[in-house]
Design a binder for this molecule. Structure first.
Ligand code: GCO
Length: 457
């Protein structure tokens, strides 16, 4: 296990990031594209979920979203103006295989080819996620993530997409396994919104891990020789209340317990004993060679980090999670307590526990409800302060030797925020959902200078 030392990368001048640091923005197909039935696209579980009464805020749907499907050229021109050089996007599986594993929809592939061409023309490097939660509804009807049908279907989908897009050099297999398994099948608020028992939830997670493995395999077999691939995880982040050895050890123990189900298979090629013990009879069914697929070496890990939970060493050193005081500062997303130290401790713990050598923050940002445009301006000073405080902690991690190589901010545009619909705005650019007008917010101008100057201003 590697140890992080304070100031290990001491050559970094205050507020500066390393020379080759990757700065960019992130988004996902179902949240921005709209055109939900255009050019042969099939229905996704999120299209269906949004039409189910009571599931999404005020019945908002994905039908139009930011209309990025039709407006990507203008959007990329705006990115270019702001100096964006890296962009994380996702491919919508139901555009490629409308019913999951049947006939290929050539128009879907052609769309992403055009889109990548436009990115290239604007000098923007794509980071392409193969799966960001929009499972084809037909597959859900055949069992979805509960069955191995989805694993075979994903393998074919990944092979097809990777072969068809040889210009892509950065691939992300899946986005946040826990979110689309546990919070989707285990009683949460993500599509398809089911409430299955632990055995089913553990199985959905196992199938997702297998899909990650197929994603890696597909890139190695069909991708460009210099293509790189990794998973984006959404770890549950833990912050020691004080930076003393005992609180750090307590926090690390909690971090390990809460993230072991995904990270152990990925990096150690098996489920941890402690995980299997806790799961008991609800352990996932594992077939021969599953772990060979799951733990193939990757080139990096992507981490989506927004917040963390404070932990201290309680009685007899037992870890104790702290509840936040009622008036602790939060963004408007109720789950988003402002805990910038999460960007220090999340990457550090992944690096220390699993020896990971290359980490990208593939999402970080904040959601607010009221962000009006007045006289052509949106003065989101709250977002700028959020970003400044989080980036300060990220830089501290790099300064201490944590191998964080890049940061992709969530998100470029205000967009469809899942169960919260369009009410909750995460964008650097304001979107008027009536007119589709984009207005870069104050935070966009600020982030443009951070990217340009490679330092926190
Ligand atoms: C996630 C998703 C994003 C969200 C973002 C804000 O992490 O939940 O990857 O699609 O929109 O995180 O909640």
């Amino acid at each position: 296990m590697s140890r992080i030392k304070s100031g290990a990368n001491g050559s970094l001048a205050p507020h500066r990031f390393p020379e080759d640091f990757v700065w960019g923005v992130a988004a996902a197909a179902p949240q921005i594209e709209g055109a939900a039935a255009a050019d042969g696209k099939g229905e996704s579980i999120w299209d269906r979920f949004a039409l189910t009464p009571g599931k999404v805020y005020q019945g908002h749907t994905l039908a139009v979203a930011c209309d990025h499907y039709h407006r990507y050229r203008e959007d990329f021109a705006l990115m270019r103006e702001l100096g964006v050089k890296h962009y994380r996007l996702s491919v919508a599986w139901p555009r490629i295989f409308p019913d999951g594993d049947g006939a290929l929809n050539q128009a879907g592939l052609d769309y992403y080819r055009r889109l990548l061409g436009s990115l290239e023309a604007n000098g923007i490097t794509p980071w392409v996620t193969l799966f960001h939660w929009d499972l084809p509804q037909c597959l859900e009807e055949r069992g979805g993530w509960r069955t191995r049908i989805v694993v075979d279907a994903f393998a074919r989908y990944a092979d097809t997409v990777v072969r068809a897009l040889p210009a892509v050099k950065h691939w992300i297999t899946l986005n946040e396994i826990s979110c689309f398994t546990e919070k989707a099948y285990g009683g949460g608020n993500k599509a398809p919104g089911l409430n299955e028992g632990a055995a089913v939830v553990n199985q959905t997670c196992h199938h997702a891990l297998l899909c990650h493995g197929h994603g890696v395999r597909a890139v190695r077999e069909h991708g460009a020789p210099d293509a790189r691939v990794g998973l984006t995880d959404g770890p549950s982040v833990v912050i020691p209340v004080t930076e003393t050895a005992t609180d750090i050890a307590a926090a690390k123990q909690v971090f390990s317990e809460e993230n072991i189900r995904v990270l152990d298979p990925l990096y150690r090629g098996s489920y941890a004993e402690s995980y299997l013990r806790t799961a008991g009879a609800a352990q996932p069914q594992v077939a021969k060679d599953d772990f060979k697929l799951i733990c193939q070496p990757t080139d990096f890990i992507g981490l989506n980090i927004y917040n963390g939970t404070f932990v201290r060493a309680g009685a007899e050193g037992r870890p104790e999670k702290l509840d936040l005081p009622a008036n602790y500062p939060r963004a408007d997303s109720p789950w988003l307590a402002l805990t910038p130290q999460a960007l220090y401790w999340g990457p550090r713990m992944v690096a220390e526990l699993y020896g990971v050598k290359s980490i990208y923050i593939t999402e970080n940002g904040c959601g607010y409800d009221e962000e009006p445009v007045v006289d052509g301006q949106c003065l989101d000073l709250h977002r700028r302060e959020y970003l400044r405080s989080y980036l300060t902690e990220l830089r501290r991690a790099i300064h201490d030797g944590v191998p964080v190589k890049g940061y992709l901010l969530w998100s470029f545009l205000d967009n469809f925020e899942w169960q919260d619909g369009y009410r909750r705005r995460f964008g650097l650019c304001h979107v008027d959902f009536e007119t589709q007008q984009r207005t870069p917010k104050l935070s966009a101008q600020w982030y443009a200078s951070v990217m340009r100057e490679n330092r926190i201003l």
